[in-house]
Design a binder for this molecule. Structure first.
Ligand code: PGA
Length: 253
C-alpha cells in the first residue's frame, strides 16, 4: 500500500519524572518553538501532577497529554485518573498500553482497548503502544506478536472523526540505547499500517504510526525518514528541552 504523507508528531513521554521545577524547561521549549516552523506537531506527556500547570504555559503549538487513563469515566477507583479528568486538566492526547504499564500494573490488551475507547469518548487522541520483547525478536516472532497485541488492543471507533495513533515500541529498545535497524522498523510499521487498514479501512491511512525506543537527536532524522514512520514517542531525550527541540527540528527540516 502506498503511504500517505501525514503530519509528523513528536511526542515526549516523561514517565515518572518531573516536579514543578521542570516547568522552567518547558518555558524554554515554548520560547524556542516560537521561532521554528509549525509543520509538525509536538506533544509532552508529563506526570499527571504537571498537566494543568503545563497546559497553562504551553502556548498554541505545544500539546499536552496524559500517560494513562482508567477505562471508566468515574467511580470507586482509588488512585486512578479518568480520560475526562485528563481532558479537563488540558490534555489532548493520552498514552495507553505502554509496556511499563503492561508490566508494572498488569494491564492486558483487553483493558488497553477499553482505555482507548474511554479516551475517544472523552475527546482525547489515544496513543496505543505495542512492541515485542528481546526474546520474541530473536525467535523471529515479532510480526506475530505485533499482530496479536494490536488486534486485541485496538478500540472500536464510534465516528469517522475518531482516530488512534500507534506507537511501535520494541521493549528491548526502551531506555537501553539499542535501536532496531531501519529495515526492521520499516517492516513493523508496514505491518501495523496493514493491520490498521484491515480493522478500520480507509480511515487507517490518516492514523500516525510513531516509533519509540532510544530515539534521540543523533538517530531521529534517519528514523523519521523511514516509510510509514510518522513521528516518535521519546522518553529519555524528551526530558531536556535542548534534545527534544533538536529532534523536533529534524521533523520540520
Ligand atoms: P526511551 O523511552 O526514549 O527513553 O527509550 C521511550 C518510551 O518508553 O516511550
Amino acid at each position: 500500500m502506498g503511504s500517505v504523507m501525514l503530519r509528523t508528531l513528536i511526542a515526549g513521554n516523561w514517565k515518572m519524572n518531573g516536579t514543578r521545577d521542570a516547568l522552567e524547561e518547558v518555558k524554554h521549549l515554548t520560547r524556542a518553538l516560537e521561532s521554528l516552523p509549525r509543520t509538525a506537531d509536538i506533544l509532552i506527556c508529563p506526570p499527571a501532577t504537571l498537566i494543568m500547570a503545563m497546559a497553562s504555559i504551553a502556548g498554541a503549538h505545544l500539546k499536552i497529554g496524559g500517560q494513562s487513563c482508567h477505562a471508566q469515566i468515574s467511580g470507586a477507583h482509588t488512585g486512578d485518573i479518568s480520560a475526562d479528568m485528563l481532558r479537563d486538566a488540558g490534555a489532548e492526547y493520552v498514552i495507553v498500553g505502554h509496556s511499563e504499564r503492561r508490566d508494572d500494573h498488569a494491564e492486558r490488551s483487553a483493558y488497553v482497548k477499553a482505555q482507548g475507547q474511554a479516551a475517544l469518548q472523552a475527546g482525547l487522541k489515544p496513543i496505543i503502544c505495542v512492541g515485542e520483547d528481546y526474546n520474541q525478536r530473536v525467535r523471529g516472532e515479532t510480526q506475530d506478536v505485533i499482530d496479536r497485541i494490536m488486534r486485541k488492543s485496538l478500540p472500536d471507533l464510534a465516528s469517522e472523526q475518531d482516530a488512534v495513533i500507534i506507537a511501535y515500541e520494541p521493549k528491548w529498545a526502551i531506555g537501553t540505547g539499542k535501536v532496531p535497524t531501519p529495515d526492521e522498523i520499516g517492516e513493523v510499521h508496514t505491518l501495523i499500517r496493514r493491520i490498521l487498514a484491515d480493522r478500520y479501512g480507509r480511515q487507517a491511512q490518516t492514523m500516525p504510526i510513531l516509533y519509540g525506543g532510544s530515539m534521540k537527536p543523533g538517530n531521529a532524522s534517519e528514523i523519521l525518514g523511514i516509510e510509514d514512520v510518522n513521528g516518535g514517542l521519546i522518553g529519555g531525550a524528551s526530558l531536556k528541552a535542548e534534545d527534544f527541540i533538536a529532534i523536533y527540528k529534524q521533523a520540520v527540516s
